[in-house]
Design a protein around this ligand. Structure first.
Ligand code: NAD
Length: 328
């Protein structure tokens, strides 16, 4: 039974709780910490088992846990990764890895020096339809790739009544949508296409901020439209937006056909081939929700004391792309 600690008891901590509940035979949340003690207490109660509330971060790390999940705003990830390295505790850190490149690079150095299992939360890799999509690409079903198109978005913040949040402040979050949603997009596009198309050699785009919050503008972007090209010539077009439409969709077009993943039906992969043939693929019984799949892989790396994938080094790779476009 792997004992977990959670730092930061807000929105995404609840997604991890759902995953832990699905894997009760493998792990439990033993202790939680939040700088807002009332949030930590409410979360511990919600967990409902014997989860403790630590009154300091040190107390959490000294508790005897095997792994920690970092669910705090981006600029605070580094401090907790540093503690995990000090206490030699495995770490799953939420994305984007950090609010800037220097912080992300220090984090990778710390975990590699400490030799701890480390993973970054690029959870969309674990969507069942995306697992099928990657396999279809490996099987050469699409032929040469023409284009990768993605919309990665949320709709909650399209509501102008919602006031200023930490994620709208550059000094805390780094980029806006280009970091929050773009971290998923940069990982996904390169993870899927680079094995076939070589590296992403060209990247450009535009960012915009639309909605004032409680009378002042956010200091980072609400949306980013990105365009790129891989070494093979395959083209990339991505919209990352926190102001709608609120869905996640990936479409890949090749010379033999096209395929679409839409997270509203996460187990499906829609494949259309121009010669009229069908592709079912060998992956049939893959239905696990993405946060459960991610947690299962993390726990297996922790129990076998081996590197996890995607590691914090992958988070740094993605951070470089965020930095390249966030000030366009
Ligand atoms: N994987 C995903 O798809 C996904 C989705 C949403 C958020 N995230 C990431 O998760 C992280 C948290 O985002 P969220 O939406 O849950 O935020 P949130 O605001 O809902 O929750 C953050 C929590 O951290 C606490 N906190 C703030 N600073 C802290 C500190 N220094 N030490 C301890 N606690 C602190 C807050 O009190 C709050 O309870 C971010 O890095 C975000 O990008 C990932």
């Amino acid at each position: 039974m792997i004992q977990l600690g959670i730092v930061g008891c807000g929105g995404i901590a609840h997604a991890h709780l759902t995953a832990v509940r699905a894997l009760v035979d493998l792990c439990k949340i033993s202790v939680v910490f939040d700088e807002d003690a009332s949030r930590a207490q409410a979360f511990a109660q919600e967990i409902g088992t014997d989860a403790k509330t630590a009154s300091t971060a040190d107390e959490l790390f000294a508790y005897g846990i095997d792994a920690v999940i970092i669910c705090t705003p981006n600029h605070s990830h580094e401090a907790y990764v540093e503690m995990a390295a000090l206490y030699r505790i495995a770490v799953l850190c939420e994305k984007p890895l950090a609010h800037d490149l220097e912080s992300a690079a220090r984090m990778v150095h710390m975990v590699e020096k400490a030799g701890i299992t480390n993973m970054v939360g690029f959870v969309n890799r674990h969507q069942p339809g995306i697992i099928k999509m990657r396999r279809a690409l490996q099987d050469g079903v699409m032929g040469n790739i023409v284009s990768y198109m993605e919309i990665c978005s949320g709709a909650r913040l399209a509501n102008p009544e919602i006031g200023m949040e930490w994620r709208m402040r550059r000094e805390v979050a780094g980029g806006g949508a280009v970091a929050d949603f773009g971290s998923h997009s940069f990982d996904m596009s390169t993870w899927l296409l680079e094995p076939l198309c070589g590296p992403l050699t060209h990247l450009m785009g535009n960012v915009s901020t639309f909605i004032p919050r409680a009378g002042s503008m956010p200091t980072n972007d609400d949306a980013a439209m990105l365009s790129g090209r891989f070494a093979s010539g395959a083209l990339m077009s991505v919209l990352d937006s926190r102001v709608g439409p609120g869905f996640y969709r990936v479409e890949i077009i090749g010379l033999k056909g096209f395929m679409t993943f839409d997270a509203r039906t996460p187990q499906n992969l829609d494949v259309h081939l121009y010669d009229g043939s069908t592709y079912e693929g060998p992956i049939k019984d893959c239905t696990e929700p993405s946060f459960v799949g991610q947690m299962r892989q993390f726990l297996s790396a922790v129990s076998e004391q081996r590197p996890a994938d995607p590691s914090l080094a992958r988070g740094l790779f993605v951070q470089r792309m965020i930095e390249k476009v966030r000030d366009l």
